[in-house]
Design a protein around this ligand. Sequence first.
Ligand code: COA
Length: 169
Amino acid sequence: MSIMVKKISAVYPGSFDPPTNGHLDIIVKASRLFSEVIVAITDNVNKKHIFSLQERLNLVQKSIKHLKNIKITSFSGLLADYLEKINSFIVIRGLRALSDFEYEFQMALMNRKLNKKVETVFLLPEQSYTFLSSSMVKEIALLGGNTADFVPKYVDKELKKRVVNLTKN
Ligand code: COA
């Protein structure tokens, strides 16, 4: 059931390396609240990514092709500047646990400081995803564990291939 009240778009930024079922859950929830959700993929300068920006774009694309009101893009530079460029000022972020709060709170306030039009909306994931993170999924995959329950099918397949390549080199 959709509870959308206004024609308004929102941006869900992240590094999505790789996108998990937790990310997807947030995208689905946001798609019910906003007329358009722009998934904006970027490099997080504090993280070492195993998939390139283009690959992550493709992974998200393949995972959400059943949803209608989603646009997938990438950006570089500051999120606050990107939002100005596309004239969309609502940022979606998932809040899994109290431990996310400090980082997310800082980021939301900093984005608003950089561009005062920016507001961040926090969505709570389903409880079953609160323990999930992209780093954990990568670690499990690299150590030969099964990640099928944590990521979309296509991502799982690509992750397995990437791990084989990474461990070969
Ligand atoms: N379910 C499961 N996992 C979730 C989740 C959910 N609902 N919500 C977040 N996560 C996890 C992710 O798996 C990821 O795990 P990891 O830390 O192990 O990789 C982590 O929480 C957050 O990742 P993600 O949502 O992909 O985003 P990010 O924190 O890597 O992205 C940016 C942060 C890209 C939004 C931020 O760095 C940014 O805006 N960069 C642009 C530059 C800029 O403007 N900098 C100044 C910011 S104030």
